[in-house]
Design a protein around this ligand. Structure first.
Ligand code: A3P
Length: 287
């Protein structure tokens, strides 16, 4: 199926219509944030699911029930997805935890008034592309990636769900109210998960004993998260996401793009990256 059949063009970006029908976009536009809400903001395939495991464990002081009782999409729901409307989110006690793939300039008015805490997770875009290439082939709600070179062009042009990676990252990096925002990369999580968990806990003003930090980091290792049926998407019906083609928790490494992109594709990617990111001051781990 084509973009025209599967996607809605919303505020200039493609969204898969099956997940984001008009009423759920309206729900998000009118959503009332609280100042103590916690938002995990990501471009898809950057480590959202990982953070949906880490943050509840931190906020519960390491209690594993926090990630074993609800699937990740209800535990830290996406505000733009249809399920958000039926979860009675306004009845949840503070601090509530949410996810969003929206660009900064797509956030609703209440977000800018209440200034909730945001953890923005970034990942080397070549690995985001690689992860997306495999993922798009597994779902019924996304346009099949087609040949890699074609999907690369679409990715670099932002003709994929949630638009251009470059616009997404630049928008969130330029965001106001930096004291309410934490920027962390997938690569930092890979390099030192314990230290990352400790830093996130500090940002969330949740003091944790060293052994609790260690327990959370252990629990959030790729091999362990893969075993959690509440986080590995095994509860999703096959016709919606066919993990026999590629697991959602696929490889969980940094640098897999080297196994995926040809030399010419990587060079093309680098050239676009250099141009689009030329004014960005942020020092990325992957640069
Ligand atoms: P790969 O496809 O490269 O393996 P998102 O949740 O934003 O869609 O991101 C999915 C990516 O994060 C997948 O990348 C997935 O394997 C990876 N991921 C999820 N949990 C992880 C973990 N505990 N450790 C490392 N990578 C993880």
């Amino acid at each position: 199926m084509t973009e025209a059949e599967l996607y809605t063009l919303y505020k200039g970006v493609y969204l898969p219509t099956a997940l984001h029908p008009p009423h759920s976009l309206k729900y998000y536009e009118e959503f009332s944030f609280r100042s103590d809400d916690i938002i995990i903001a990501t471009y898809p395939k950057s480590g959202t699911t990982w953070m949906q495991e880490i943050v509840p464990l931190i906020m519960s002081g390491g209690d594993s029930a926090s990630v074993e009782s609800l699937p990740n999409w209800d535990r830290v729901p996406w505000l733009e997805e249809s399920r958000a409307c039926i979860l009675k989110i306004d009845e949840r006690p503070s601090p509530r935890m949410f996810s969003t793939h929206f660009k900064y300039d797509m956030m609703p008015p209440s977000f800018f008034e209440k200034k909730p805490k945001v953890i923005y997770v970034m990942r080397n875009p070549k690995d985001v592309f690689t992860s997306a290439f495999h993922y798009y082939g597994t779902t019924s709600f996304l346009v099949k990636p087609g040949p890699q070179s074609e999907f690369l062009r679409k990715f670099l042009d932002g003709k994929v769900m949630f638009g251009s990676w470059f616009d997404h990252i630049k928008g969130w990096l330029d965001a106001d109210d930096k004291e309410h925002k934490m920027y962390i990369s997938y690569e930092e999580l890979i390099m030192d998960l314990k230290d990352s968990v400790a830093r996130i806990a500090q940002f969330l003003e949740k003091p944790l004993e060293a052994e609790v930090v260690e327990k959370i980091a252990e629990r959030c290792l790729f091999k362990n998260m893969k075993q959690n049926k509440m986080s590995n998407y095994s509860l999703v019906p096959l016709e919606f996401m066919d993990q026999t083609k590629s697991k959602f928790l696929r490889k969980g490494i940094a640098g897999d793009w080297k196994n995926q992109l040809t030399v010419a594709e990587a060079e093309c990617f680098d050239a676009v990256y250099k141009d689009k990111m030329k004014d960005v001051k942020y020092k990325f781990v992957w640069d």
